[in-house]
Design a protein around this ligand. Structure first.
Ligand code: SF4
Length: 239
């Protein structure tokens, strides 16, 4: 991180220290205006952020990544969200030539074969479209929470995203699961019905399964891998 970026984070953290979640979102929108965007995958946390964003602004800049391997339930909640909040949601797609090359070289489900092939699939279907979209923006908002996984323990409400070179705002960083679901019920927020079937964290269909009682929240994501590998590169430094 550059010295300027470090200073910016220190200042932002000081300014936002006592802000509530909604105030933090309002602060971020005011500060970054049309240079901030919100990344949603329509999980429970993201739906809470969308609801808050819509209270703060009429025209939130929201986008999602359609990897081509999403479960049907996710498309359903995408449409419900568009209608409920009267907002546009930009859908990003991967480069079709890159997908063709990968699938024709390794097969349609090569992500089960090795961490490298799994990461390559995530790179093509998620990271590359995301990198194209974030270029030119100053900040993005994410629905991450620190208790979601070992890789997110140090999560701050405002941090510098080294991988994409911009500010990252995590308004729900210190929320727990109960708070998320209390908010959803209290505000009648539309949510992905897979959550009712034991999926606390939802990604691509072939890489997500339901979890058992007592399992970690992210145990159903890339369940065949060790916990320290369980990120797709969107939310950690890319090596
Ligand atoms: S989550 Fe699975 S299907 Fe989706 S991009 Fe990553 S490896 Fe590919």
């Amino acid at each position: 991180m550059t010295i300027e970026a470090k200073k910016q984070i220190v200042n932002l953290l000081a300014e936002a220290r006592d802000l509530s979640t909604e105030e933090l979102v309002r602060f971020a929108i005011k500060r970054f205006d049309d240079k901030i965007t919100f990344a949603t995958s329509f999980g429970a946390e993201d739906q809470v952020v969308t609801d808050i964003l819509r209270k703060v602004t009429d025209k939130p800049l929201i986008f999602t990544l359609d990897t081509g391997r999403l479960p049907e339930q996710t498309y359903k909640v995408l449409e419900q969200t568009r209608r409920r909040y009267g907002i546009g949601i930009t859908v990003l797609f991967p480069d079709s030539e890159r997908i063709e090359k990968y699938v024709n070289s390794y097969g349609p489900n090569a992500f089960y074969e090795s961490v490298e092939l799994r990461k390559e699939c995530c790179r093509i279907r998620k990271i590359e479209p995301l990198r194209r979209y974030l270029a030119g923006l100053d900040a993005w908002i994410c629905g991450l929470r620190s208790e979601q996984s070992p890789t997110r323990k140090e999560l701050a409400r405002i941090e510098y995203d080294e991988a994409f070179g911009l500010i990252k705002i995590n308004p729900l960083a210190d929320w727990n699961t109960q708070q998320v679901w209390d908010y959803i019920r209290e505000h009648n927020v539309p949510y992905n019905t897979l959550h009712d079937d034991g999926f606390p964290s939802i990604g691509c269909e072939p890489c997500t399964r339901a979890i058992l009682a007592g399992e970690d929240i992210r145990a159903g994501r890339w369940w065949w891998e060790e916990p320290e590998h369980k990120e797709c590169g969107l939310h950690r430094k890319i090596k």
